[in-house]
Structure formats: structure tokens, C-alpha cells
Design a protein around this ligand. Structure first.
Ligand code: LLP
Length: 442
């Protein structure tokens, strides 16, 4: 298993995260448990700041909350000087609960509801990323009603088809997100925005996909957006102040993944953007990026307790743990691959290949197909690495399984930042058969 950040093997051969042994984490907090290496998250954010600062351009960094959104994470991201990109009323609420300055929050979404937009306006968030024509009218109406104004970016779909899993490719032409660059929709949107003085257009946004390993797709997007900027500048005299190139930077889930380092990626993107804008003879706007996965994925490890085993000689051996697709649906959804170790004896030699199953009543509830391990026995702690992004945030209560706790480890301190759900929590909103009855108007 790849050891990231402050994960290491301690003297007794156990996996340690920061100053904590896996067995102590299990004893203190139980399993399944999401464990985050807090300093590693901070370092990941700082590596983007350092990379941008080294290029000398005007920039702002945002953290895409969808990757892992909790109160503590929002606080941490703001402490590290990242804006927060939220995509729902729920994420906005989490950011506000975190006590962050709403001026550094902006909202995405291809179908923001009137309530969500109203919440955003009332909270005084920094920007809205407008996704479609309906939203222009809706936002304008709500701003009028609230006697407020809003800065916006226009989300453009630049038609870049990055090499990634189909479900997480969002920037190519056939996409539900943003204004299509090639059908004149961007011009129409700007025409429409001009009718609403309460909406101030600051620039454009594009997001070309996720788990991207190099700068090539971003280069293409930057050049298409520079051409758009030149066109809009000529036609409307509107010059972008912000160019947001989205998120999507890849991480190393397994030894087979090789994303380029953040400094090279950022350097490549900045150079390409600067060159494209120069080509059109227009000033480079402030650059923004909004990584999610690459901030949190490698900082997260999930700890499970090993339970049952099913052995079919010549076919496969299944080893089941006390979690599964409820805390990590990514194999079921995307065929995602992970690495693992037996954390309480991580130095023991691998002796067999097994497949790690979850505990849900569904054959697709698997965490890893074919992983080499020391023979797992009941009570062992299985650690799955690189689970910090889109695991907690996509967790479910399928089979009424309660969600795990989340712990941030920093040196010898471990802070419980999300408590473990209980069966009572899962049932909290249920009402009995006789409860809460409404009768139709007929
Ligand atoms: N900005 C926008 C507009 C996005 O749609 C996304 C991700 C991001 C930023 C952050 O992308 P990141 O840096 O995290 O790759 N559930 C999937 C990932 C879906 C990503 C959706 N959008 C997964 O588990 O892989």
C-alpha cells in the first residue's frame, strides 16, 4: 500500500497515521473509520498556493467542497486561504456553520433551486457560477426581490474531452453543464445578462473533468476561453476579470496512477493561459482553480475490522469487512481501484490474494478485487488508502447502515470532526404508520 503524508509503519510493524497507531484509532473511535492526516491536507492546499505564487500571476484558489464537505474541512480550507466552492444548499449550510466569511464562498450547480439561490443571496456569498438560461432569469428575479446584487461567472462547456471515466467527464460538448461554446449560447447569455444590472459578470468558468493526469486538457480549455474572451471583448467591450479553470487534478489511488506533480501542472496551465491571452493581445485575468480530490484524497484512509471469509479454491476468496459500498461506493460506481494493508501487522509478508467485500446485501458491494495480503483473520484492521475524496461525501445509509465517524489526526492529537452515526440517527426522521397524516383537498 502506498504510504502518503504522515502515514508510516511504526516500530512494531503497525500502520501509524501521524502519531496514532491504527489499533489505537480503532480502540478509541471504532470502525469503519475515516481517518484524515490533517497536515497532509494543509500541505496539499499549500502546494497549489506555492505553485501559483511561483508563476507570479494573480490567482485565487478554491476548494471544491463536494470532494469532502464537513464543518471542520471548510474551516481548514479557509485557514489555508482557499475559497469554498459549494454546489448545494447543504454544502452552503455546512460552510456557514463553519463560520467562514461568505464573501469567500461561491455556488455551482446545473439546477440550483430558488431556495438555494435565495439562501446564497441572503448569506451574501461571493459569487454564483451561472450554468443556464433559466438560472439567469431566476437569479435576476430573486435579486430584485431581495434588493441585492451578485457577482457571477458564466460556466462554459469548452468541448474538451479529457481521458477519464465517462461519468466524471463534464467539459465535453454533450454535457448537462454550462453554456455550450459552439452554439452561440454564450453570446445569448451575455445579451441576457446585460438586461439585469443587479448581476455583475466577472468572468468565465470551465471544468473539463476529473482525475486528470496532465495539463493538456487544461491547455486546450484555456486557449478556447482566451478566444472567447477576445470575441466577447470585441463584441461587448466586456473584459474578463476572472478565468476559473475548474478542478479535476488527478491523484494516485494505486501505484499504476501517475499524475504530474501540482507545481508542474499549475505551471503548465498558467503558461498556456498566459500564452493564449497574449496571442489575442488581451490581459490575462485573475486565474482560479478549484481542486477537490487532489486536496483530500490521499490524506484519507479508511479503517475497517475484518469479519467473515468465504473460500472457494480455484475461484476466489472473499474477505468481508464491517463497511463497504455505504462508505465507499466508488468501485461499484466507477470500477475504482484501491490499495490496502492489514494495518495491525503491516510488515507481515503477503501470502494470499483475496477480494475485499462489504457487508451490504448486494454482490456489487466490493471494495477491492484481488489484493495481496497477509492472511486476514477476524478482528484484523484493514486499511484502505486514498479514500479521502468522494467517499464520506457519497456515503449512504443503504441497508440502514450508519455512517462512520471522521477523525483528523495531527501529530499526537486526533480530533473527532464527525461523530459516528447510530441506528437511532438513521431512523430519526421516520414516523410510524399512523404518524403525520395529511388528507388531500379532494
Ligand atoms: N469543479 C467542478 C465544477 C466540478 O464539477 C468538480 C467535480 C470539481 C470542481 C472538483 O473536481 P476534482 O478536483 O475533485 O476532481 N464522484 C466522482 C467525482 C465527481 C466529480 C464531479 N465534479 C468520483 O468519485 O470520482
Amino acid at each position: 500500500m502506498i504510504l502518503y503524508g504522515n502515514s508510516a509503519l511504526c516500530a512494531n510493524g503497525e500502520l501509524c497515521i501521524g502519531g496514532w497507531r491504527a489499533s489505537d484509532l480503532k480502540e478509541q473511535f471504532g470502525t469503519p473509520l475515516y481517518v484524515y492526516d490533517e497536515d497532509y491536507i494543509r500541505t496539499s492546499i499549500q502546494s497549489y498556493h506555492n505553485a501559483f505564487a511561483a508563476t507570479g500571476v494573480d490567482y485565487a484558489l478554491a476548494y471544491a467542497c463536494k470532494a469532502f464537505c464537513t464543518v471542520a474541512m471548510c474551516q481548514l480550507a479557509r485557514e489555508e486561504n482557499a475559497w469554498l466552492d459549494v454546489v448545494s444548499g447543504g454544502e452552503l449550510h455546512t460552510a456557514l456553520q463553519a463560520g467562514v466569511d461568505p464573501a469567500f464562498v461561491y455556488m455551482h450547480g446545473n439546477n440550483k433551486s430558488p431556495d438555494e439561490l435565495l439562501y446564497a443571496i441572503k448569506a451574501g456569498i461571493g459569487m454564483v457560477v451561472i450554468d443556464n438560461f433559466y438560472e439567469i432569469e431566476l437569479l435576476a428575479e430573486l435579486l430584485e426581490q431581495e434588493n441585492a446584487t451578485m457577482d457571477v461567472l458564466l460556466r462554459v462547456s469548452p468541448g474538451v474531452d479529457v481521458h477519464t471515466h465517462e461519468f466524471i467527464a463534464t467539459g465535453r460538448q454533450d454535457s448537462k453543464f454550462g453554456f455550450d461554446l459552439y452554439s452561440g449560447h454564450v453570446d445569448l447569455a451575455i445579451d441576457r445578462l446585460a438586461a439585469f444590472p443587479r448581476i455583475q459578470l466577472l468572468g468565465v468558468h470551465s471544468h473539463i473533468g476529473s482525475q486528470i493526469f496532465d495539463a493538456d486538457g487544461f491547455r486546450v480549455a484555456a486557449s478556447r476561453l482566451a478566444s472567447l474572451a477576445a470575441h466577447l471583448g470585441r463584441r461587448y467591450g466586456v473584459w474578463f476579470r476572472i478565468l476559473n479553470l475548474g478542478g479535476g487534478m488527478g491523484v494516485r489511488y494505486t501505484s499504476d496512477d501517475s499524475p504530474i506533480p501540482v507545481n508542474r501542472l499549475v505551471e503548465g496551465i498558467v503558461q498556456a493561459a498566459a500564452a493564449s491571452f497574449q496571442e489575442y493581445g488581451i490581459p490575462l485575468p485573475k486565474l482560479m482553480m478549484e481542486p477537490g480530490r487532489s486536496i483530500v484524497a490521499q490524506a484519507g484512509t479508511t479503517l475497517y475490522t475484518v469479519g467473515s471469509r468465504k473460500e472457494m479454491p480455484g475461484v476466489r476468496t472473499y474477505v468481508a469487512v464491517d463497511g463497504g459500498m455505504t462508505d465507499n461506493p466508488r468501485l461499484a460506481l466507477y470500477g475504482a481501484k484501491y490499495e490496502a494493508c492489514i494495518a495491525n501487522r503491516a510488515n507481515d509478508p503477503d501470502v494470499e490474494t483475496v477480494s475485499i467485500a462489504g457487508k451490504c446485501c448486494e454482490s456489487g458491494d466490493m471494495l477491492i478485487w484481488d489484493v495481496s495480503l497477509p492472511k486476514p483473520v477476524p478482528g484484523d484492521i484493514l486499511a484502505v488508502s486514498c479514500t479521502g475524496a468522494y467517499n464520506y461525501s457519497m456515503a449512504s445509509n443503504y441497508n440502514r447502515v450508519a455512517k462512520p465517524a471522521v477523525v483528523f489526526v495531527r501529530g499526537s492529537e486526533a480530533r473527532l470532526v464527525v461523530e459516528r452515526e447510530t441506528a437511532a440517527d438513521v431512523c430519526r426522521l421516520d414516523r410510524s404508520l399512523s404518524g403525520l397524516t395529511f388528507t388531500s383537498r379532494g
